[in-house]
Ligand binder design. Sequence first.
Ligand code: NAD
Ligand code: UDP
Length: 343
Amino acid sequence: MNKILVTGGAGYIGSHTVLLLIKAGYDIVIFDNFCNSSSESIRRVEKLVDKKIDLIEGDIRSTEDLQRAFDTYNIDSVIHFAGLKAVGESVEQPLNYYDNNVNGTVTLCEVMARNGCKKIIFSSSATVYGDPATTPILESFPTSATNPYGRSKLMIEEILRDLYISDKEWKIVLLRYFNPVGADSSGTIGEDPNGIPNNLMPFIAQTAVGKREYLSVFGDDYDTIDGTGVRDYIHVVDLAQGHLNAVERIDNFDEVMTINLGTGRGYSVLEMVKAFEKASGKRVPYKIAPRRAGDIATCFADPSYAKEVLDWEAQKGIEEMCQDSWRWQSNNPDGYRSESSNI
Ligand code: NAD
Ligand code: UDP
């Protein structure tokens, strides 16, 4: 049976996608160097599916590591999550970000082509829309980047489009994620950021569990319903399902597909705080802080193209996102390092 290579499959979105893929009967192999994850996520997915998961420990920048995967397995397509994703870090370490994300993807595509594997689903981001003139955001909106992370995503999108122009046998899907949050309802896998979280949801969750004293709300003077930033939060399980729909349909596509994966609804920071307090029964103390450099007021998707071409739409609302985040956070206060003998 042909396999799907899942780069970055031990990470947050990757592990949830791997779980759904296996549940749906796909044969997969994870390729990860664990630079931002641990093998514990794989062990927990194995427990959920009661099955051993194939793994190649390697770096997408290494031709040898990738070739080992193609030599070992009959790989038919790739879902490419591997990459670095912290905006602030990307400003401090631009070369590391371009090397990991851009060079890594070029190396991956070279090895794929050499092995006759020409199907790739790539993790892009709503960050490629920069500061959009209007919302909801359509795929046709102009793109721009304000930091090396976003620029690496834009560069990769362009590289993959050029690759298709050079060889129409390639099947390429660029999925632009909005703000993934939540966790599998088992509460055994979830988002496990290193150190102090940059993103809102893990910060709220860690505040609710008592690991952080209070949340800093970055700005309350935006032109939004309550002055705080508005984003399109999407449940990670819905996001994972979008990948399955793309895998099912990729053979039918005869152009590079660029697709938003969002809910089409925006919520403010304070709305998220309130929803989390309700779901967890805990207080989330917060203080208003200055705006964060580079943040925009409002960002949410027009998800109608995903409905049209992937027959996909988000099913889960913010209540479920908060409940599932809370289940993961409260069962695993220290993420995958938590002691949880019964998991
Ligand atoms: P994550 O850090 O949890 O997962 C990424 C995985 O890739 C990790 O397991 C890491 O160890 C691995 N990895 C990184 N560099 C590698 C390399 N050179 N070789 C092999 N493995 C490597 O991140 P995530 O949130 O699951 O994000 C997955 C993808 O989705 C990323 O490409 C990210 O940029 C993109 N994305 C994420 C978000 C988000 O908010 N989480 C939003 C939009 C897009
Ligand atoms: N945010 C915040 N405090 C935090 C982290 C984030 O107020 O500690 C706000 C941020 O300004 C934005 C929203 O929460 O309005 C989502 O931020 P996140 O970093 O999660 O996603 P992104 O900025 O990439 O959309």
